[in-house]
Design a protein around this ligand. Structure first.
Ligand SMILES: [Mn+2]
Length: 318
């Protein structure tokens, strides 16, 4: 292992080099910052949007908080993963999607176009939010590439509420719209960790938080594998799926949630599913304590890279 300086600038596309965790340019897991998609398997993309937030704002600062927290885990492979994504995946940190906060009507298309550009180059994405609305314009790009996907959705909230206010953006209604638009298949999808009421959760399969606490990680893994089977699946992980004890830094915390150990245990059990993309959203560092939330989100992102390594959808680039 050679030691590096500013690996976000100098690192190779695949590397497991060491850099002091307390300094340097903060890319996700010390991957190289780049807009070039040549020879790249996966791009980590920040989407610093929080204009769709119902409650406490601040998730626009999420991507950089997660990047910063990820430095402390970049020197070792993710525990429990069959592969070392740092050596197997040619991964870059693509930086952030740029948009004008004063022109909200343009933002969704801007996000979709950016992800379309990346996906059309044969590169998969891991998005760092941002509030949860970002998943909707991303799913438009993902479905254009892969067809309607199964959604593996970790959250305290179903986000399938009816938009009765005709809002331009809302982080609680977008999965109803995504289902109505044919971007996701509710009956192939699983929502994990739900603990808020929704009178019409559509046909999504729900493993709510009391069910997980009663039945455990292995039963959840079995059920998710049954429902998703070999369908292309998109992981969307709202950090508020975790209990506020494990993720206080978020806009809409709800008590009684999953522990980080439960959530990571479920993810570690899903190797071999056909993952095509993912996101980790709703990290709002202003309410965080000691980077707990950003660190949990970075772990989830790292587990996603390991899951993508093991996905039948992944073919390594030359
Ligand atoms: Mn939520």
């Amino acid at each position: 292992m050679k030691s590096g300086i500013d690996l976000a600038v100098t690192g190779d596309l695949r590397h497991a080099d060491y850099e002091a965790t307390y300094g340097g340019a903060n890319s996700f897991l010390r991957r190289r910052f780049s807009k070039s998609l040549d020879g790249v398997d996966l791009a980590v993309v920040g989407v610093p949007l929080d204009l769709a937030t119902t409650n406490r704002p601040g998730a626009r600062l999420g991507p950089n908080a997660v990047r910063s927290a990820s430095a402390i885990m970049a020197w070792e492979r993710p525990y429990g993963a069959a592969c070392d994504p740092r050596k197997v995946l040619a991964a870059i940190d693509y930086g952030d999607v740029a948009f004008d906060f004063g022109k909200p009507a343009e933002i969704a298309d801007r996000i979709t176009r950016e992800f379309q550009t990346i996906l059309e180059a044969g590169v998969a994405t891991l998005a760092l939010g941002g509030d949860h609305y970002i998943s909707y314009p991303i799913l438009r790009a993902v479905a254009a590439r892969h067809g309607p996907v199964a959604l593996l959705h970790f959250d305290a909230h179903t986000d399938t509420w009816t938009d009765d206010a005709d809002r331009l953006m809302d982080h609680g209604t977008m999965f109803r719209k995504a289902a109505d638009e044919g971007l996701v298949l509710p009956n192939r999808s699983v929502q994990v960790g739900i603990r808020t009421h929704n009178p019409d959760p559509m046909d999504f399969n729900i493993l709510d938080c009391p069910w997980i606490h009663a039945n455990g990680v292995e039963a959840a893994v079995r059920r998710i594998r049954e429902v998703v089977a070999d369908h292309p699946v998109y992981l969307t992980f709202d950090i508020d799926c975790l209990d506020p004890a494990f993720a206080p830094g978020t806009g809409t915390p709800v008590s009684g949630g999953l522990s980080s150990a439960q959530a990571l245990g479920i993810l570690q059990g899903l190797g071999g599913l056909r993952f095509v993309g993912g996101d980790v959203v709703e990290v709002a560092p202003a309410y965080d304590v000691g980077q707990i939330t950003a660190l949990a989100a970075a772990h989830v992102g790292y587990q996603f890279l390991a899951l993508y390594c093991a996905s039948p959808a992944f073919t390594p680039s030359a």
